[in-house]
Design a protein around this ligand. Structure first.
Ligand SMILES: NC(=O)c1ccc[n+]([C@@H]2O[C@H](COP(=O)([O-])OP(=O)(O)OC[C@H]3O[C@@H](n4cnc5c(N)ncnc54)[C@H](OP(=O)(O)O)[C@@H]3O)[C@@H](O)[C@H]2O)c1
Length: 303
């Protein structure tokens, strides 16, 4: 994978189109930069026009000639995601779609549509976006990548299929300040289970979907509202002399999305460019299908 950076090198994916959610900061912005540097034209999805413009300016200042299209959508709202997905299905033909946007929100926070905010942003948004794009696809090969999280950390946070909105506060954690992280971790397991369910439906379509952990990355906005114990843990990551930066976080998802050696690889999960096994509770096809069906109900799509 040769990138065109400030120095200017060859562009390996010239003319290809990519869609990246949450491209306005952190790992997502680094992913946009990396794909643009490979010559891809990138659709950046964000929730604020100002944040999108500022992020695009930063990308263009580092990647000469970066081709960017800015799409505003609040990914916590199913209505917004459906409109975005329909727009993108009509006007783009992406060879790469990376779902990267996520939040760690208060477990009591609900969207105006009634969904718990973390669930809506982290799981329902990629569910609607990728299902819609896959169903509208015309047979052209494409790679979908869902940015997940560390399978070893997520082992302790199985999805409760009877409590997708994470309202069982005490079960999430004894420590109230850790509950937002526990709810977040469940949604990252939902990401993995969604990858497996979607992958089964994509066999022989030319589209593949895989999960990718970016690593534990400092200087991002993910834990900006952390407090108590979670704040302490986040501060330790920020102060670690060996901490990784967003550029390093972009490496694995971008590799999964573009490495020619992964042509046809479908329904896998990667950490540090290695195929890994995710927790047992993410692997059961019955549990994955139950999540698929309950998600369909929540967003009003056919199962
Ligand atoms: N950082 C880590 O150590 C780490 C570890 C494991 C996995 N990850 C995963 O890596 C991905 C990126 O995380 P990050 O650390 O780079 O976090 P981040 O800096 O907070 O970036 C998240 C992005 O998502 C966007 N976003 C959030 N809610 C949105 C909404 N409702 N509509 C549209 N966009 C929305 C944010 O936009 P705004 O700028 O508007 O907030 C931002 O661009 C996530 O999937 C996360 O789970 C991160």
């Amino acid at each position: 994978m040769t990138e065109r950076t400030e120095g200017g090198e060859s562009r390996t994916n010239e003319g290809e189109q990519a869609i990246v959610t949450g491209g306005t900061r952190g790992i997502g912005e680094a992913i946009v930069r990396s794909l643009a540097a490979q010559g891809m034209s990138v659709v950046m999805v964000g929730r604020s026009d100002t944040a999108l413009r500022e992020a695009a300016d930063r990308v263009r200042s580092r990647v000469q000639g970066a081709e960017l299209r800015l799409e505003r959508a609040d990914l916590s709202l199913v209505g917004d995601v459906r409109a975005l997905a329909d727009r993108l299905a009509e006007t783009t033909s992406p060879s790469v779609v990376i779902n990267n946007a996520a939040v760690t929100a208060d477990i009591r926070a609900r969207t105006e549509e009634g969904n718990q905010l973390t669930l809506a942003t982290n799981h329902l948004a990629p569910y609607v976006l990728m299902r819609t794009l896959a169903e509208a696809a015309t047979g052209r090969p494409a790679r979908f990548v869902v940015v997940g999280a560390s399978p070893s950390v997520l082992r302790r946070f199985p999805v409760d299929l009877d409590d997708l909105h994470a309202q069982g506060a005490r079960v999430l954690s004894r420590f109230p300040s850790l509950r937002p992280f526990a709810a977040y971790a469940r949604t990252k397991n939902m990401n993995t289970m969604f990858v497996y369910s979607l992958a089964r439906r994509l066999v022989d379509t030319g589209i593949t979907v895989n999960g990718a952990h970016p690593g534990i990355i400092a200087r991002t906005g993910l834990s900006r509202d952390a407090r108590g114990l979670e704040k302490v843990l986040t501060t330790m990551v920020q102060l670690n002399p060996f901490r990784k930066m967003p550029e390093q976080g972009a490496d694995n998802p971008v590799w999964v999305a573009t490495d020619p050696g992964l042509d046809g690889v479908n329904g896998r999960f990667f950490v540090d460019r290695k195929d890994v096994v995710t927790p047992d509770h993410t692997l059961s096809p019955e549990r994955c299908e139950a999540l698929w069906e309950r998600s369909a109900e929540l967003v009003g799509m056919a199962p």
